[in-house]
Design a protein around this ligand. Structure first.
Ligand code: NDP
Ligand code: HSE
Length: 436
């Protein structure tokens, strides 16, 4: 059978990895797909670099529009990134009847509903395994492998850069900025690294996972997002002393009131497998009502791990290319007409446990005032430590772990505690999950 013809937009970190993996494993991939998969055109702004990678194997152009409108191209791989040009190109490719494979979670989290609707109307596929957790086939697992289940919750380390930073800070005592530079050098970080460290990239991915898990439209604007840039070395150390690790976690949870959709630094018991996921590795825990808890682990970023997911999508699209669109797996796992309008809960309504740290004057009644405020807010204390004041100092740190409470009550208690004259710092709050 004739090879399927692919046009690649962007041959940077992931595009370069994709080109290499496809070339290296060409024969094996062909035996799996049932026909050859040939990158026939590459578009990149840097044509010289593109030519040095493709080495005469295909046509190289600098105008991506030539690829999405070329009559011979069956599948377009979008690996440019960003929302503007990438969106135009993807919509144009769809309008021209081409299938699309993309790793662009930012694009899908913000414009996915429109893109999937356009693809559905045109009867083409938009595959995006590489957009979430790099090389881990989590989309496939959720959309197909776990399709029997009513998914209860998902908790994932889904940003490699921030996990790399947290791991290096904790284990080697390295400074935040130095580790971030290293992550950029290794090609893990987004074009705008604030997406990584402020939790935005993780929220993009979580939004996609939540839609597939719960059958709701993509609603990135309703995700609560808090990154790791405000985390201090002392909180990482105190967490360790209490038997916890701090990870940037994406949590999507079904509750009676609606869906919790939140990304924030989280204390996790140190003995949990997911607490021991280090470096650029990602892991996603999915709890289904039938299967129970399942864990998916692997490299969350980098050229070839991400290429692994891109090529898997290419093979899938190649196999299903001639299938009747009605018999393909729906983009978001649920049939487009069957998406639910379950509300996404505001962060105030979330139920969690909390780590609270405050600097206080070492004098009688301080602790009593703080615990009174917590009790008045219906917040129960699970554990507490008060450090001995350093030699010659009349102040110290108090760390309180709470049982589950509603976030709005915690906020009110934090505000009241902050007003006590004996509390000398702002109250640091980190959410805590047992994940059992
Ligand atoms: P890179 O910046 O390494 O690659 C993007 C490439 O596209 C560059 O070569 C760039 O050229 C080129 N490009 C930019 N604009 C245009 C344009 N208008 N026309 C043609 N070429 C263009 O990014 P990555 O490979 O890291 O990321 C690509 C996508 O994959 C992003 O959506 C990212 O979020 C996603 N992703 C990345 C992962 C990773 O580990 N890096 C993992 C998972 C997903 P120039 O260099 O000149 O700008
Ligand atoms: N910047 C992303 C990360 C790339 O660090 O996880 C993978 O999506």
């Amino acid at each position: 059978m004739k090879s399927i013809k692919v046009g690649l937009l962007g041959i940077g970190t992931v595009g370069g990895g994709t080109f290499k993996v496809l070339q290296r494993n060409q024969e094996e991939i062909m035996r799996r797909a049932g026909r050859g998969i040939e990158i026939a055109m590459v578009a990149d702004r840097d044509m010289e670099r593109a030519r040095s990678i493709t080495n005469g194997a295909c046509e190289v152009v600098n105008d991506a529009n030539l690829v999405v409108s070329h009559p011979d191209i069956d599948i377009v791989i979008e690996l440019i990134g960003g929302y503007t040009i990438a969106k135009e190109l993807v919509l144009k490719a769809i309008a021209n009847g081409k299938h699309v494979v993309t790793a662009n979670k930012a694009l899908l989290a913000t414009h996915g509903n429109e893109i999937f609707a356009a693809a559905h109307a045109k009867g083409v596929m938009v595959a995006f395994e590489a957009a979430v957790a790099g090389g881990i086939p989590i989309i496939k697992a959720l959309r197909e492998g776990l399709t029997a289940n009513r998914i209860q919750w998902i908790a994932g380390i889904i940003n490699g850069t921030s996990n790399f930073i947290l791991s290096e800070m904790r284990s080697k005592g390295l400074a935040f900025g130095d580790v971030l530079k290293e992550a950029q050098r290794l090609g893990y970080a987004e074009a705008d690294p604030t997406f990584d460290i402020e939790g935005i990239d993780a929220a993009h991915k979580l939004t996609l996972l939540a839609s597939i898990a719960f059958g709701v439209p993509i609603q990135f604007d309703k995700a609560y997002t808090e990154g790791i840039s405000q985390l201090t070395a002392e909180d990482i150390r105190y967490a360790e002393q209490l038997g916890y690790r701090i990870k940037l976690l994406g949590i999507a949870k079904r509750t009676e009131a609606g869906i919790e959709l939140r990304v924030h630094p989280t204390l996790i018991p140190a003995q949990r497998l997911i607490a021991n996921v280090e470096g650029v590795m990602n892991a996603v825990l999915v709890k289904g009502d039938a299967v129970g808890a399942t864990l998916y682990y692997g490299a969350g970023a980098g050229a070839e791990p991400t290429a692994s997911a891109v090529v898997a999508d290419l093979v899938d699209v190649t196999r299903l290319h001639t299938a009747d669109p009605g018999h393909r797996v729906p983009h978001l796992a649920f049939q487009p007409g069957s998406l639910a309008d379950t509300p996404i809960l505001p962060i105030d309504a979330v139920i969690s446990s909390y780590y609270l740290r405050m600097r206080v004057a070492d004098q009688p009644g301080v602790l009593a005032d703080i615990t009174r405020i917590l009790a008045d807010g219906n917040i129960s204390i699970d554990a507490m430590i008060q450090k001995e004041p350093a030699e010659g100092e009349a102040q110290t740190d108090i760390i309180i772990l709470t049982h589950q409470a509603q976030e709005k009550n915690i906020n009110a208690a934090m505000a009241a505690i902050g007003k006590l004259s004996t509390v000398l710092s702002k109250v640091t709050r980190i959410r805590m999950e047992q994940l059992n």
